[in-house]
Design a protein around this ligand. Sequence first.
Ligand SMILES: Cc1cc2nc3c(=O)[nH]c(=O)nc-3n(C[C@H](O)[C@H](O)[C@H](O)COP(=O)(O)O)c2cc1C
Length: 189
Amino acid sequence: MQILAFNGSPRAKGNTSTIISAVLEGAKAKGAQTVEVKLHDIELKGCMGCLKCRENPGKCSQKDGLSQYLEAVKTCAGIIIGCPIYMYHVTGQMKILVDRFYSLYISKETIGEYESAVPAGKSYALVTSQGNPDPESYSRPIRWLAGMTGSGLGFEEKGRIIHTNSHIHPAKEMENILKKAYEIGQKMV
Ligand SMILES: Cc1cc2nc3c(=O)[nH]c(=O)nc-3n(C[C@H](O)[C@H](O)[C@H](O)COP(=O)(O)O)c2cc1C
């Protein structure tokens, strides 16, 4: 049973990475095998807009370091999406992942309707980190992120962490957040 984390932060020891690690520790404690994909550290190419995924549902024709993990999304037990807020939205690395997830949406006959290439019943967790102290300040992009990468594909959300005020309270010092993250990881398995 594999839990796959996609990390949109370029900072290997940053807040997102710290919280994702705690979620993965919880999943490991319940017997999961865990993989973390640091989007900044792999060869990552944008969607080509070739629409080959409309002809071959669930298959992305772009070939790069992400390809194997897009396949793994369909076979794993659950995914974690983690990302800092950059300029009121997700990082560029995360936006590329979201665009490439388009290949997991299968177009139905009716324009604008989709079904998921991801088998039902998989678990999902979301982690975001921001400097702004108000947890509601980026509710729109966060709702968008959870919709595109989670509920829209049929994942069942097991929990989310919106880490705020990161300059004053870095995640590594936030025991309550790390405990919650660990528990979410346990619930994912
Ligand atoms: C280029 C850039 C843009 C940022 N934009 C925002 C922003 O719009 N709102 C905010 O609250 N924090 C913003 N931040 C702060 C980060 O979201 C914050 O430091 C976060 O904790 C970083 O996460 P990480 O340690 O996982 O990389 C920005 C940081 C950078 C480097």
